[in-house]
Design a protein around this ligand. Structure first.
Ligand code: NIG
Ligand code: FE
Length: 426
């Protein structure tokens, strides 16, 4: 494989390190003007100015060149919370919400997650793969080079297994790296509504052991929420996951303070996600335990909630903050991390530097991948984006558009926007 030299970058912006950044460090992003990046054997070999490269590495006549055209390079985005393998659509519920019904009301009437469970149970593994491929293509075009993907629309052993098998299959068909998470405790399925204890036992005693034995998931998640799974039930699920080698992360305090943040802190979870309704003691517990708050402002926006997770307060309290799309058909139908980054600047009040760390290093660290990806530094995997932007601030300043011009994955350019225009010009 030839070396790849990314040249003529107006700016290179990246967090530094292999672990999550918090407090003041969350916004301490390194910026290099007039930079270049050299990739060798899929890894980053050099990041610096052109003058430094010439002085240390020489002319590099054999390297393939990618002309940065005065753009900005950032690490490949990491989307650490998605519900990617679903079938069907919930646009009718969306229409109802636009007419004034709430997400919770629709769910209580048998819609919501259970509606997607019905359509996903009716889909074969190959149909789920086919449904995921265009989503992954849109993710890649928006700069996502690694994504977490949850099951959770199966809610039975064969249906959860099929979703996870579809994730494994689609991971081999396209370049976005996928990290699978078992979310069998996303809801109590309709057939177990009269006996939730029975479903909890099925999750802990059958689904978790089978999924772990098949090596189909790295993480175990649970929807810890008023009316879904209590903190005590969530603790049981995550303990069973841990006993089988699945790392804990959880949906916590999305709509009501349900003790999710405290539970995440108690367990040392890899992330506590949503946190729209987190309490002050919950924030303090996350900070003390160093648990990453994985915020999903797309849900506040898409569900038209007035509530936004208290992101500024969390940064100030020393909680590492990450951001993700929550890509799913019910509460956040988007694959775009640039869109989430813009919401985070406009609605969560984070700085663009804090946001960059949130969608790269902190997201990677929450997936236990901080040693490998999430920053542009020698030794890390060469997952690099070139943005059509003269500096990082344009990621929010030029809003509502996709700024990604090139995606480099493991040292190879695998996506380029604007090909039509370039061909026309030649
Ligand atoms: O993260 N909160 C629970 N799960 C998803 C919603 C999934 C759905 O509505 O289908 C979420 O928002
Ligand atoms: Fe979610």
């Amino acid at each position: 494989m030839r070396d790849l030299l990314i040249t003529d970058l107006a700016e290179i912006a990246t967090p530094l390190g292999t672990t999550s950044r918090r407090g003041r460090d969350q916004g301490a992003v390194s910026k290099v003007r007039d930079g270049e990046i050299l990739c060798r054997d899929g890894r980053i070999l050099f990041v610096g100015t052109r003058a430094e490269r010439e002085a240390t590495l020489g002319e590099l006549p054999d390297a393939e060149r990618l002309d940065g055209r005065r753009g900005t390079a950032v690490p490949g985005f990491v989307d650490a919370h998605t519900h990617l393998p679903w079938a069907g659509s919930r646009e009718m519920e969306f229409a109802q919400r636009l007419a004034g019904r709430s997400y919770e009301e629709i769910a209580a009437a048998g819609g919501g997650i259970l509606s997607t469970v019905r359509s996903t149970r009716g889909a074969s593994r190959d149909e789920l793969v086919a449904a995921m491929l265009p989503r992954l293509e849109r993710m890649l075009a928006c700069g996502t080079t690694t994504a977490e993907a949850k099951s959770g629309y199966g809610l039975s052993l064969p249906d959860e297994l099929r979703q996870l098998e579809a994730i494994r299959a689609v991971a081999r068909l396209q370049p976005v790296e996928l990290v699978p998470t078992l979310l069998a405790a996303h809801e109590v399925p309709a057939e177990h509504r009269a006996d939730r204890e029975r479903y909890l036992r099925e999750v802990c005693e059958e689904i978790i052991p089978s999924v772990a034995a098949a090596g189909l998931a790295r993480f175990c998640d649970v929807f810890c929420e008023q009316g879904v799974f209590s903190a005590a039930e969530s603790r049981r699920v995550l303990a069973a996951g841990s006993a089988h080698g699945l790392l804990p992360r959880l949906h916590a305090d999305e709509f009501a303070d349900s003790g999710g943040a405290a539970l995440a802190a108690e367990l040392g979870a890899w992330s506590a996600d949503h946190l729209m309704a987190v309490s002050e003691p919950g924030i303090e517990a996350l900070a003390a335990a160093g648990v990453t708050a994985l915020l999903l402002p797309g849900t506040s926006f898409f569900l038209r909630k007035k509530a936004w997770a208290p992101a500024r307060r969390m940064v100030e309290a020393g909680v590492p903050v990450a951001l993700a799309t929550d890509c799913n058909p019910g509460s956040s139908n988007t694959e775009s991390l640039p869109c989430i980054a813009q919401l985070a600047v406009f609605e969560l009040g984070l700085t663009i530097e804090e946001v960059l760390t949130a969608v790269t290093l902190n997201a990677a660290a929450s997936l236990a991948l901080g040693e490998e990806i999430g920053s542009l530094e020698p030794g890390k995997r060469a997952d690099v984006l070139v943005l059509d932007a003269p500096n990082l601030l344009h990621l929010a300043y030029h809003y509502g558009v996709n700024p990604v011009r090139s995606v480099v994955k493991a040292g190879r350019e695998i996506y380029r926007a604007g090909n039509l225009l370039l061909a026309h010009r030649d």
